[in-house]
Write a protein that binds this ligand. Structure first.
Ligand SMILES: [Fe+2]
Ligand SMILES: [Fe+2]
Length: 461
């Protein structure tokens, strides 16, 4: 895709991926953006501040995948459910915090298992929640910097969970020591969650409830006037939300994305995707590198190589919507789990289709688990429906996944990996693309990335 697109168009589309990893309904980030921008307007932010705020609101959950595995491992539960529940819990209250842990630990476990885990999680809850938030905030703000967004944006994301009374994380900043934009992020996301659950009055109740403890009183005051604006809330809940949000970027500060910026966005989001599971620490980058390598050997044009580079980086973006209890399971998946896992390319399509600049890679990226014999997923395409780039991406994905360590099998030698691929040639994978892989590996000396050993991965999770 040549030409320049607006950053807001790209990032507002990708914000849906951040919603699903947080277990939030689609559009959470967009609605938070509308609410936060309105508060910013009410308190008279200048255009530069509003621009920084705009991107911080859209990308506030950039770091959220980096603690998903830990959350799932700690609670023995679906990270998306645990995270979703946290959004409506007053975790500064010991009683509510304990109830929250009890509700969420090992939902499938016996009473004894649940009690044991409750004691472990609740016992270290303060330290643990600070660590989990710290991971998320550090990662989120680092990716914002990598995206070339202003320092104020990165700082707002870093301090998203600080509370006015100093009981927030990661640094326990108090009052005006918390960056103003972070204070707006904090109240905007909370208002959105309670608005989605209980309507405007639900949002108003949470704004008032912790009375001067969670939120900047100036922002609570600003919300009181927004609250009366019925037309605004209709637009927040409307189906034109993305257009509404894109229009909120200050005209004088509009950020464009040229081809290089789009590549950088894909690379940054590939890190968000790969951070979801310690087992896929660099999977997306690896698939992208291998796919481009095969395309080079096979003489594909620059346009197709660029599509493969971006599709490789984003092909598993739908995995952000899959629980880590499934992604990191050290064993065979049950039928139900398999169904959930096999939906991830469908989520990939759904997310990428939303950005016009990714229309040329959405189908390609979503086809990475298809097979020539029609037995792949999620659409069961057959060979005649798969063009050369799609066939290359399939081979690159299988190769990278086999060459890396995984929780459900022994490590494979390079010879084992090639034998598995050779056995699938013709029926499953394209023989020409496979030859291209072999030629690329021989010519480049490409080495799949090394993951730490299994025990270290388990500890990291
Ligand atoms: Fe996949
Ligand atoms: Fe993959």
């Amino acid at each position: 895709m040549a030409g320049v697109v607006r950053m807001s168009e790209v990032l507002s589309a990708l914000s849906y991926a951040l919603d699903i990893v947080e277990g939030q309904p689609e559009g959470h980030a967009l609605r938070s953006c509308m609410i936060g921008m309105r508060l910013g307007e009410e308190i008279g932010l200048d255009p530069a501040q509003r621009s920084a705020l705009f991107y911080a609101l859209l990308l506030k959950d950039l770091g959220c995948s980096s603690n998903a595995a830990k959350v799932s491992y700690l609670f023995g539960a679906d990270d998306r459910v645990v995270k979703n529940d946290l959004k409506t819990t007053d975790w500064t209250s010991v009683l509510q915090g304990a109830r929250y842990v009890l509700r969420n630990v090992t939902p499938e476990g016996s009473a004894r298992e649940r009690l044991g885990r409750f004691v472990r999680v609740a016992g270290g809850s303060k330290r643990t929640s600070r660590e989990l938030i710290q991971i998320r905030c550090d990662r989120g703000s680092a990716i914002a910097v990598q995206l070339g967004l202003p320092d104020e944006t990165a700082s707002a994301i870093r301090h998203l969970d600080e509370l006015w009374d100093g009981r927030g994380h990661p640094e326990g900043l108090r009052g005006e020591k918390i960056p103003l934009l972070a204070r707006i992020l904090c109240i905007a996301q909370t208002l959105e969650v309670f608005w989605a659950r209980d309507g405007v009055e639900g949002a108003a109740a949470i704004a008032r409830k912790p009375r001067g403890s969670w939120f900047d009183p100036q922002l609570v005051g600003a919300f009181e006037s927004v609250r009366q604006d019925g037309a605004f809330w209709t637009r927040v809940g409307g189906d034109r939300i993305r257009r509404e949000v894109v229009a909120l970027e200050p005209d004088e500060m509009v950020m464009d994305a040229d081809g290089r910026t789009l590549d950088r966005i894909c690379e940054s989001f590939s890190q968000v995707i790969d951070a979801k599971s310690p087992w896929t620490a660099r999977h997306s980058q690896g698939v992208s590198d291998v796919a481009v390598g095969i395309a080079g050997v096979m003489g594909l044009r620059e346009g197709d190589r660029r599509r493969l580079r971006r599709a490789g980086l984003l092909h598993d973006i739908g995995k952000l919507g899959v629980s880590n209890t499934i992604l990191d399971k050290p064993g065979r998946l049950t039928g139900e789990e398999l169904v959930a896992m096999r939906l991830h390319p469908a989520y990939t399509l759904r997310i990428l289709e939303r950005a016009s600049c990714f229309h040329d890679i959405a189908d390609l990226a979503a086809s990475h688990h298809e097979r020539l014999d029609g037995k792949g997923y999620f659409r069961g395409l057959t060979g005649d429906q798969m063009d050369t780039p799609a066939r290359i991406l399939v081979v690159a994905d299988i190769y990278e996944a086999l060459a890396a360590k995984r929780p459900y099998r022994e490590d494979l030698t390079p010879e084992d990996v090639m034998k598995i691929l050779d056995d699938q040639a013709g029926e499953g994978v394209c023989p020409r693309a496979l030859e291209g892989l072999k030629a690329f590996l021989a010519a480049s000396g490409f080495v799949p990335y090394e993951l730490p050993d299994a025990a270290r991965i388990a500890r990291a999770a």
